[in-house]
Design a protein around this ligand. Structure first.
Ligand SMILES: *Cc1c(COP(=O)(O)O)cnc(C)c1O
Length: 393
C-alpha cells in the first residue's frame, strides 16, 4: 500500500464527515418493495427506490428471469459485437422499438453507459452540445467524453436556450440535451418549446428519460407524453428504474442505431447483459403495455402523497411527477430528518451536495404503485412527528 495515497484517502473522508456530506450505505435485507427490511428491522416504508411500478420483485419478471437462466445460462459470455448477442437481446430491442414507436433501439448495460456511449459517438470537434444546467451526472460525463464544444443553459429556461443556440451558430451540428424528468426536483422539460427552438435553429435533440420511462406517457416516456417523439433524435431510457431490472437504451432512427452498433464504446467494449436481464425486461414491457393500472396507481399515489405533505406544511418544490422533494436547505438538517424518519420507520434519503447545490439539501421521497393508502398514511404520520420534533413544520 502506498502511504501517500492512503493518507490522502483518510483526509478526504474526514473532510466529508466534518461537512456532513459523508453517507454510509444503507443495506436492505429484503426485495425492493413498499415495505423493506433495513438493518434487521422489517416493515420500513420505502420511499426511496426508483421501483416506481413495483416491477423489480414482480412474479412475472422473476419467472421470465428464471426461465432465461435455464434456457440461455447465467451470462452472455462476450461483448455484443463479438459473440455476446443472443436472440433474447434482439427480441428485447425489437420489443422496445415497438413499445416506443421508434424505428430502432439499442440496449446498453445501464442508463449511465448509454449516455457515455451515445454523446461522444454522435458529436465531433466541430459540433456544439447545448445542455441544461441540471442535467444528470451521466449526461455531464458523456459530454466530457465528447470533443464538441459545450454551452450550458439555465434550467428549463427557453430564453437561455435560445441564446445558446444563437451563440453556437458556427458549429457544424448542434445537439440539445435535456433530462425529460429532472431527477432531483421532479419537474419536466418543456419539450414542445425545445422542439420549436431546435427546428428554428437547426439543432438535434436528445432527451434522457430515465425518470420518464415507465412513468409518463403510459410508460413510453416524456416525449410520447407531449406527442413529440417523432421530433426527438435521441431518446435515452432506463430499464433500471420503473422497468424494474437493469440497463439503458437509445431509441431513435435506424441510422442512429446502426452507427452506435459500430462505434459506441460501452457497447463495443463491455459485456452484454445477462439473458435473465433481457428476458425479465421483456416481461416488464408486456406488463406495462397490457395493464395500465400500474401507471394509474403510481400517479394516484403521487397525488395523494404530495397533497398530504403539503397539508402538513412541507415545501415540495416544483415537482410535477412522483419524485417528491421535501425541501430542507441545510445539509445537517436534511440528514437529521432522514435519521428521524428512519427511527419512525420510514426510509427516505437525504440528498445533499454534490448531488444538489449546497444549501438546497432535501429529503427525496418517491411513492410507488406498490404503496397502499395505509402505507402512505403511516409515512405521513412519521413525517409529521419527525418534522415537528426538528422544528421544520
Ligand atoms: C438514473 C439515471 C440515469 C442512469 O440510469 P441507470 O440505468 O441507473 O444507469 C441516467 N440519466 C438519468 C437522468 C437518471 O436519472
Amino acid at each position: 500500500m502506498n502511504d501517500t495515497l492512503q493518507t490522502w484517502l483518510g483526509g478526504q473522508i474526514q473532510a466529508l464527515k466534518e461537512q456532513n456530506l459523508y453517507k454510509p450505505l444503507v443495506v436492505m435485507d429484503s426485495p425492493s418493495g413498499a415495505r423493506i427490511t433495513v438493518n434487521g428491522r422489517p416493515g420500513i416504508i420505502n420511499l426511496s427506490s426508483n421501483n416506481y411500478l413495483g416491477l423489480a420483485n414482480h412474479p412475472k419478471l422473476k419467472e421470465a428471469a428464471t426461465e432465461a437462466v435455464k434456457r440461455w445460462g447465467a451470462g452472455a459470455g462476450a461483448v455484443r459485437p463479438i459473440i455476446g448477442t443472443m436472440q433474447v437481446h434482439m427480441d428485447l430491442e425489437k420489443r422496445l422499438a415497438e413499445f416506443k414507436h421508434v424505428e430502432a433501439t439499442l440496449v446498453f448495460q445501464s442508463g449511465f453507459t448509454a449516455n457515455a456511449g451515445v454523446i461522444p459517438t454522435i458529436t465531433d470537434g466541430d459540433d456544439a452540445i447545448i445542455t441544461d444546467e441540471l442535467n444528470h451526472a451521466s449526461i455531464i460525463d458523456g459530454v466530457r467524453l465528447s470533443k464538441a464544444s459545450r454551452k450550458i443553459y439555465k434550467h428549463n429556461d427557453m430564453a437561455s436556450l435560445k441564446e445558446a443556440l444563437i451563440d453556437t451558430q458556427g458549429a457544424k451540428k448542434r445537439l440539445i440535451i435535456t433530462d425529460g424528468v429532472f431527477s432531483m426536483d421532479g419537474d419536466v422539460a418543456p419539450l414542445p418549446d425545445i422542439v420549436e427552438l431546435a427546428k428554428q435553429y437547426d439543432a438535434a435533440i436528445m432527451v434522457d428519460d430515465a425518470h420518464g420511462s415507465g412513468v409518463l406517457g403510459g410508460g413510453r416516456g416524456t416525449a410520447y407524453h407531449f406527442g413529440v417523439h417523432n421530433e426527438i433524435d435521441v431518446q435515452l431510457g432506463t430499464l433500471s428504474k420503473a422497468v424494474g431490472v437493469m440497463g439503458g437504451y437509445i431509441a431513435g432512427s435506424g441510422a442512429l442505431i446502426d452507427w452506435l452498433v459500430q462505434r459506441a464504446r460501452p457497447f463495443l467494449f463491455s459485456t452484454a447483459h445477462t439473458p435473465a436481464t433481457a428476458a425479465a425486461t421483456i416481461a416488464a414491457i408486456d406488463l406495462m403495455e397490457n395493464d395500465p393500472s400500474f401507471t394509474e396507481r403510481l400517479w394516484e399515489n403521487a397525488r395523494y402523497w404530495k397533497a398530504g405533505l403539503q397539508a402538513l406544511g412541507f415545501n415540495t418544490g416544483i415537482s410535477e411527477t412522483p419524485i417528491t422533494p421535501v425541501m430542507v436547505g441545510e445539509e445537517a438538517a436534511a440528514q437529521a430528518l432522514q435519521r428521524a424518519l428512519l427511527e419512525e420507520g420510514v426510509m427516505a434519503l437525504a440528498i445533499v451536495f454534490p448531488t444538489v447545490a449546497r444549501g438546497k439539501a432535501r429529503i427525496r421521497s418517491m411513492p410507488s404503485a406498490m404503496h397502499s393508502k395505509e402505507d402512505l398514511d403511516d409515512a405521513l404520520g412519521a413525517f409529521e412527528r419527525a418534522g415537528k420534533r426538528l422544528g421544520l413544520i
